[in-house]
Structure formats: structure tokens, C-alpha cells
Design a protein around this ligand. Structure first.
Ligand code: BES
Ligand code: MN
Ligand code: ZN
Length: 490
């Protein structure tokens, strides 16, 4: 989809679908202009559709003169409450109303009420991401037409700077969605590594891939213990983005990359939704998606490392026994009392590897615990960090991206729950506070001097029904937050 600003106005714009976003009270002042534009009386139909410009109100009109083919009114609610997220919601309504129409979609909205660049970006991202549909696995794609062009009407040229971020950012989000949605017989650890290799080749990133033997040489006994139960080889992926100019900040992103999580011998049963566990590589999808975006945006002054210890958690004859003791690459021994707490084992070695790069900060993303879903639901991810400036930076990045993110306590007293009689640590503690002990487990593998944050995306990675700009299925959560966070370092 092409995206641009249009210098036209309500009367002069031409295209196939015109969307007018209205604040409460603005319909009355606009009605004459709208009727002049559409050459007919709209009032009876507006009443009939019960459109009052409240947030979420939508009314649409098929126009007989075909100029445009369709007029859509979208309500934004009260001016004093207007937030970027209301524009994203409005964009999702506009996008849905435009399906079935080819040609140009034009959107007119009250950008003066907000920062116009941020508003343009929110609308444009909202439209493109709402129109996304994954047809890769159908034998023949469902016929579905949608606009090929989006025009934001009447905004000043200054909005262009932020608008330029939209296509690269959305390409990253869509890559993440595709990776997460791909079934586990297609998206294997090798396929994930191939995706990284293709990305490196197409967008000038550096790639280093470690196989099983190289990981063993590095002593990655926690990661390899998880991988050993699968017939598929593990792949340790390290992508690097280097800016052309001088480097001011060096950042590392680590993503959990379980292409399938059966639970191992502490097998997932009952309500554990084993059939969804292809999404257990959502953290890796977010960091690889962000790499895709960053590679295209090419921010100055910031070097970014993307690290994924990819494998499957399966139950062949060589799989880990509950009770096995393994050693991670920093020398820590771990008693695996639950093979279903595998993500933290793979992340342990990935975090040790990330620390060896001596970055200025590390952020990991992982579909780590069901407990985090219970705590925060499907619209908010939890994050843990001991570093207040990093917390501030991530919260700000998520907030401007419109991705829910809430800081959780890294309560060190709960570390006791991970004490093992035999080894340095157990991999799981008691059920209460399960997402906190998971974060505390990860902390054991991060050098204390390096600011680090862990984001649990177990709830946000997937949306059964879809919501707002996320169609049903994989959300691509995290990419937009990471892109904002990385770009805030330039
Ligand atoms: N991948 C799961 C976490 C998960 C569960 C994500 C449900 C999304 C939906 C993780 O590997 C896991 O199994 N965690 C266990 C930990 C437990 C054994 C301490 C969990 O949350 O049940
Ligand atoms: Mn698990
Ligand atoms: Zn898992």
C-alpha cells in the first residue's frame, strides 16, 4: 500500500473511499460541507445509523455519483480526551470499511488536536496493519480487494518525517506476524535461521549462526538440554545492525525462539493450549521483525544485536528427564524440575552470550509464563527491570507505539523459591508469582553492571478474535515498541 499526504481538502479530494473522522460536536458544524461534497442529504441516514461521533461510532454511505464510491464517518469522541490510540482505533474502522474497494482511501482527521507527525503515523500504521491478511497457507487466496493507496488529507508537510517510518515499521510487524502464525512444521529452527539469513542478505545485516556443536563448545548446556528432545537441530542466531557513522550506543535484543513447546515430559495437558504453542517463538519474531524495520530505517549512532537461541521443546527418547541437572554457559548449574519451563533455559545461554558483547543495555522478549497472562491479560505485556532509566525508556516507547506494557516487581525475596537441594538453581519456583520468579531466574544470567529488561509477551503475542489494528491471530507485538526504543537512542 502506497502512503502519502494529500494537499487536498474535503471538497477537492478525489478517490474511491473517503473517511472523515469527527470529534463530538463537529458533525453539526461539518454537515453542510459534507452534504455539499456528496451532493445529497445525509442527515436522515446519519440518524438512522445512530451516528453521534462517539468513539467507535461508524456510519457509511454508498454514493451514487461515484465520487467517491463510499463515504465513511468515524467518531472520535470528546476532543479533550483524544489520544493517539483513538486515531489507531479510527484507522482500524476506516480500514475495515474500505475493504472491497480498490483505488485510493482518503482520511480526513483532526490532526491539530495532537502532534501532527505522531497522528499521521498512528493513522497510517493503523490502516496498513488492520488490512493485513495472511493468505500464505491457502491453496488459493480468498478474493479480497482493498485500497492500493492511502492519502492523509490536509496535513502539513512536517508530518512527512514521521510518516516515513510507517512502511519500514509495518514491514517488521508483518514479518513478526508471519513468523508467529506459521505452523511449527513450516517454521522450524532452521527456517527461522533461514529467515534471518535472507534478512541479512537483503538488508545488509551481519549474521552469525551457531550450530549444535558450536553451542556445545561454548558450554550452552541449558539451551542444548531443551533442544535435545527434538529431532530438529537447534540454531543459535545472531544478527547485527551497524550504522554507517560513529556508534554511540550498543543495544542487544534477545528473543525466545521455541518454534514449538510441547512442554517436554512435563507435557502440556488440558487447558494448556498445546495446539497454540507454535507462537512460543513470538519473542524471536518481535526481535527479528524489529531487525527488519531497523535495517530499513538505518538509524544513526546505534548498533543493535539481535540474538535468538532457536529450538523445539519435544519428547523424543533423548529428551530431558524432569530432574536432570544441566550447566549453563556461565557455569551455573540448574536442576530442571519442570521441562515446560524451557524458555528460561534457552534464554539463560542467550543472555550470557548477549552479555559477552558488552552492550549498553539488553532487552529480552519472551512468551515466558501463563502467569503473566493471568496477571495482565491479552492486551498488556509485563516487564521487569532493576534499571529505572531503562524502564522509563521502554514505557515511553510502548506508550507512543500504542502497545500495552506494565512494569512488574523484580522482587528479590522470591529468589528463594528457585533454591535447589542439589544444584545452584531450580528452573521453576512455586506457582504464585510465577512470572516474577521466571524473571528472577533470567536475572541470574545477566551481568549486574548491564542494564537489562525482560518483557513477558505470553498474553500479547496472539489475539484469538483480533482487536483494533490486530486482525485475529498473531499480533506482531513488540516490534513497534522496539523500533521506537532503538530510534530514541539516535
Ligand atoms: N511457553 C510457555 C508459556 C505460555 C503458556 C505462553 C501459555 C503462552 C500461553 C512456557 O514455556 C511455559 O510452559 N511456562 C510454564 C512455566 C511453569 C512450568 C512454571 C507456565 O507458564 O505454565
Ligand atoms: Mn513451556
Ligand atoms: Zn514455552
Amino acid at each position: 500500500m502506497q502512503i502519502s499526504l494529500s494537499p487536498a481538502n474535503l471538497q477537492s479530494w478525489t478517490g474511491s473511499v473517503l473517511v472523515v473522522c469527527l470529534l463530538e460536536g463537529d458533525l453539526e458544524t461539518c454537515l453542510d460541507q459534507l452534504e455539499a461534497r456528496c451532493g445529497g442529504a445525509l442527515s436522515p441516514s446519519i440518524k438512522h445509523q445512530n451516528f453521534k461521533s462517539k468513539a467507535g461510532d461508524v456510519a457509511s454511505f454508498q454514493l451514487l455519483n461515484g465520487n467517491p464510491d463510499k463515504l465513511v464517518l468515524v467518531g472520535l469522541g470528546e476532543r479533550q480526551n483524544l489520544k493517539l490510540d483513538d486515531l489507531r482505533q479510527a484507522a482500524s474502522h476506516a480500514a475495515r470499511a474500505s475493504i472491497g474497494n480498490e483505488g485510493t482511501l482518503g482520511i480526513l482527521f483532526p490532526w491539530e488536536a495532537l502532534d501532527c507527525g505522531a497522528a499521521a503515523r498512528a493513522i497510517a500504521e493503523g490502516v496498513r496493519l488492520s488490512l493485513y491478511k495472511d493468505q500464505r497457507f491457502r491453496s488459493s487466496p480468498e478474493p479480497r480487494s482493498k485500497p492500493s493507496k492511502l492519502e492523509l488529507i490536509g496535513l502539513p508537510e512536517s508530518a512527512n518525517d514521521q510518516l516515513k517510518m510507517v512502511q519500514p515499521t509495518c514491514a517488521g510487524v508483518e514479518l513478526a506476524r508471519e513468523l508467529v502464525a506459521a505452523p511449527p512444521n513450516s517454521l522450524t529452527p532452521l527456517a527461522l535461521a533461514d529467515t534471518a539469513a535472507q534478512l541479512a542478505k537483503d538488508h545488509g545485516l551481519e549474521l552469525s549462526l551457531l550450530g549444535k556443536a558450536e553451542c556445545a563448545e561454548r558450554g550452552m548446556g541449558a539451551y542444548l538440554a531443551v533442544a535435545q528432545g527434538s529431532d530438529l537441530e537447534p540454531k543459535f542466531i545472531h544478527l547485527t545492525y551497524r550504522p554507517t557513522g560513529p556508534v554511540k550506543h550498543r543495544l542487544a535484543l534477545v528473543g525466545k525462539g521455541l518454534t514449538f513447546d510441547s512442554g517436554g515430559y512435563n507435557l502440556k495437558v488440558g487447558a494448556a493450549q498445546i495446539d497454540k504453542m507454535k507462537f512460543d517463538m513470538g519473542g524471536s519474531a518481535a526481535v527479528i521483525g524489529a531487525a527488519r524495520s531497523i535495517a530499513e530505517l538505518r538509524p544513526q549512532g546505534v548498533e543493535v544485536h539481535i540474538i535468538v537461541a532457536a529450538c523445539e521443546n519435544m519428547v523424543n527418547g533423548s529428551a530431558v528427564h524432569p530432574g536432570d541437572i544441566v550447566k549453563a554457559s556461565n557455569g551455573t548449574t540448574i536442576e530442571i524440575n519442570n521441562t515446560d519451563a524451557e524458555g528460561r533455559l534457552t534464554l539463560a545461554d542467550a543472555l550470557v552470550y548477549a552479555c559477552e558483547l558488552k552492550p549498553d543495555a539488553i532487552v529480552d522478549l519472551a512468551t515466558l509464563t501463563g502467569a503473566c497472562i493471568i496477571a495482565l491479560g491479552e492486551e498488556i505485556a509485563g516487564f521487569w527491570t532493576g534499571d529505572d532509566p531503562l524502564a522509563e525508556g521502554l514505557s515511553h516507547a510502548a506508550n507512543s507505539a500504542g502497545e500495552g506494557l506494565w512494569r512488574m516487581p523484580l522482587h528479590s525475596a522470591y529468589r528463594d523459591g528457585l533454591k535447589s537441594q542439589l544444584a545452584d538453581l531450580k528452573n521453576t519456583g512455586p506457582r504464585p508469582g510465577g512470572s516474577i520468579t521466571a524473571a528472577l531466574f533470567l536475572k541470574e544470567f545477566v551481568e549486574a553492571s548491564i542494564p537489562w529488561a525482560h518483557i513477558d509477551i505470553a498474553g500479547t503475542v496472539w489475539s484469538d478474535k483480533g482487536k483494533g489494528i490486530n486482525p485475529a491471530g498473531a499480533t506482531g507485538y513488540g516490534v513497534r515498541t522496539l523500533v521506537n526504543w532503538i530510534c530514541s537512542h539516535t
